[in-house]
Design a binder for this molecule. Structure first.
Ligand SMILES: [Zn+2]
Ligand SMILES: [Zn+2]
Length: 332
């Protein structure tokens, strides 16, 4: 078996760590034991820790400044544990101290996708060098879903699938997140929403410490219900029923005459039919019906079948466990 590379994303969003059900120092104590267990499991195991803070996602471990000033030796502590603990706690203290007291910063969402992307880039670099590691990412999140992050999260999921990276997600407290559930499901990882935050370490050790190959034997908790809803590209709302462009697979919350991503024009008859068949007779306001150009994601690939008759299909996953996610086509 190959050694494991574990990348951990710590959601340190100040807005959600303000009066949390689990104090931050206790959270970090659980995390440090878990990280120590990972490096103790095999000497070849590698680790990277990223923080998700408002507007940035710094690397905490290995120490990016590489001062490599080893902490004073403690005869009672295994030196790699001591190094890991002192670097991670010092870096977190440094990052939290450097937050400005600006209120807007405190309410700004944390850069969870930025941290996820950095973790993937780091793994990509490692793979090029050795290609002998089994990489996985564990996201410890406390923030609710940020619907503007839908497209970048889906792009990260597709990159993870390509790199064969498993994404595990643990919502430590706060509401369930739809996007992390999908990330775990689509990459073969586990998603856990903790009901008892004081047992965090136990959940981490049981569910996320063993590599995916061993989890098959261990009966790690799995999701019996996955929320497959997507966010529309026009307003970034999470929608129950969406309308999918048949050419580029962009998702809209209401029938649109022209796809804002690939500029395909849809027949007026299709539009009328779809508008007539919508379950809720909400009158479409002309101003909001036109998607803003800023909402457009990356251009679709050149081999898009243009010859196909464009039709705006209404097929979209309802909030159900059995439906396939509409975004499964890796077309972004
Ligand atoms: Zn919309
Ligand atoms: Zn399109």
């Amino acid at each position: 078996m190959h050694p494991d590379h574990l990348a951990v994303v710590l959601d340190l969003s100040p807005a959600h760590w303000h009066r949390p059900p689990l104090p931050l120092d206790r959270f970090l104590a659980h995390i440090l034991v878990f990280l120590n267990a990972h490096i103790a499991a095999r000497p070849e195991n590698t680790l990277a820790v990223f923080a998700a803070l408002p507007g940035r996602a710094p690397l905490l471990y290995p120490d990016p400044d590489a001062a490599d000033q080893p902490p004073p030796a403690d005869p009672n502590v295994y030196p790699p544990f001591r190094r890991l603990d002192s670097i991670v706690t010092a870096r977190i203290a440094h990052e939290l101290d450097s937050l400005t007291p600006d209120e807007s910063l405190l309410t700004a969402p944390s850069a969870l996708v930025g941290a996820l992307t950095k973790a993937l880039c780091y793994i990509n670099r490692l793979n090029l060098a050795t290609s002998q590691v089994d990489p996985r990412i564990l996201v410890l999140s406390v923030s609710p879903d940020l619907s503007t992050a839908y497209i970048p999260i889906m792009n990260s999921i597709f990159s993870a699938q390509k790199l064969k990276v498993t994404i595990d997600a643990c919502q430590v407290f706060g509401p369930d997140t739809v996007f992390l559930q999908q990330a775990a499901h689509l990459t073969g990882g586990s998603y856990l929403h903790l009901t008892e935050t004081s047992a965090l370490l136990q959940y981490l050790i049981m569910s996320f410490l063993p590599p995916p190959a061993i989890r098959k034997v261990l009966a790690v908790p799995t999701q019996d219900r996955i929320d497959f809803r997507a966010a529309c590209f026009c307003h970034k709302n999470i929608v129950d029923i969406g309308f999918v462009c048949s050419v580029c697979l962009s998702i809209f919350c209401q029938p649109v005459p022209v796809c804002s991503t690939c500029r395909t024009k849809f027949p007026i008859k299709t539009l009328q039919r779809l508008n007539a068949s919508r379950p809720l007779a909400t009158p479409a306001t002309p101003s909001s019906a036109r998607p803003s150009p800023a909402a457009t994601p990356a251009q679709p690939s050149a081999e898009t079948p243009r010859h196909r008759a464009p039709l705006l299909t209404g097929e979209f996953a309802q909030n159900g466990a059995s439906s396939q996610p509409v975004t499964n086509g890796s077309k972004y």
